[in-house]
Design a protein around this ligand. Structure first.
Ligand SMILES: Nc1ncnc2c1ncn2[C@@H]1O[C@H](COP(=O)(O)OP(=O)(O)OP(=O)(O)O)[C@@H](O)[C@H]1O
Length: 260
């Protein structure tokens, strides 16, 4: 069966039956927007399982909206999101979207990711605590576990959110600019964690403005003006002409872009 992503604002017209055969995500003619304002138009794409997919495009292209539509928190107005059966995607939002004064510790924030398995406010089991500890260590924030989320730097908070996403152990992991504003070490830590998730079979999807990071992905979607203008391997998608067209750039960018 098709699993619609089920958020409060989702539209049932997404569900037309049939789950993805390969365990990834399939988007068919997806349109979405906010309060009658269309943002995405007719997006058809594959987000393969066991692979890292980068979603790129200029500001306002609709990248976050696409993640939200897949996760079921942004209203879809047409089309279908096909997910592996009975899957609720894990969505990692940008740390700037989390209320700064949230009165919880880093460990509590990551534990909340396990509610995907146990249900909200349920007592966690030993394996849940082990999974949380593992993710804290994986993201290099075990020493911050007892600190208030609100007392962390933006980069540290972002790592906590990624850890919260990882512990959900969803076959579909969606991350909105997970390395934005992070130092090189933190970027590498998160990139390695995403690669590991993909190697374990997860359809791992991240929005990025970093074309070099996108080139390290297995698969790439290029959005512009709410439309999908390219999909395939990064090499196929991120050609100079496609990048120029999407960003409206010319010689200046070409001169500063390393040869691939
Ligand atoms: N909650 C919202 N309500 C109304 N319009 C929104 C909302 N969120 C985004 N939009 C609009 O939808 C369009 C796409 O925004 P979105 O955040 O998806 O783009 P993006 O590609 O992720 O951009 P950026 O790279 O700047 O983060 C923009 O025109 C934006 O103003």
């Amino acid at each position: 069966m098709t699993q619609t992503t089920g958020g409060a604002e989702s539209d049932t017209r997404r569900d037309t039956g049939g789950h993805t055969a390969d365990g990834g995500v399939t988007l068919e003619g997806l349109s979405a927007g906010y309060d009658g304002t269309p943002v995405l138009t007719d997006v058809s794409a594959q987000l393969p399982r066991g692979a890292v997919t980068a979603i790129v495009g200029p500001n306002g292209a609709g990248k976050s909206t696409l993640l939200g539509a897949i996760a079921g928190v942004v209203r879809t107005t047409a089309g279908t999101v096909r997910l592996p059966s009975a899957v609720r995607p894990a969505l990692v939002v940008q740390q700037s979207r989390v209320p700064e004064r949230l009165p919880i510790t880093v460990r509590d924030a990551v534990r909340m990711g396990r509610w995907a398995h146990r249900g909200p406010w349920r007592r966690l089991r030993r394996e849940d605590h082990e999974r949380v500890a593992e993710a804290l260590t994986r993201l290099g924030i075990a020493d911050l576990a007892d600190r208030r989320l609100s007392a962390l730097s933006g980069g540290q908070r972002q790592r906590a959110l990624v850890a919260q996403g990882l512990v959900q152990d969803s076959p579909v992991l969606l991350l909105d600019e997970p390395v934005a504003g992070l130092d090189v070490t933190a970027q590498e830590t998160i990139a390695d964690a995403l690669r590991e998730a993909a190697d374990n079979g997860t359809a791992t999807v991240h929005v990025t403005h970093d074309l070099a990071a996108a080139e390290d992905a297995d698969h790439c979607l290029l959005l512009s003006g709410g439309a999908l203008v390219g999909q395939g391997t990064p090499r196929e998608v991120l050609t100079d002409s496609a990048v120029d067209l999407a960003w409206g750039l010319g010689r200046r960018r070409r001169a500063s872009r390393p040869e691939r």
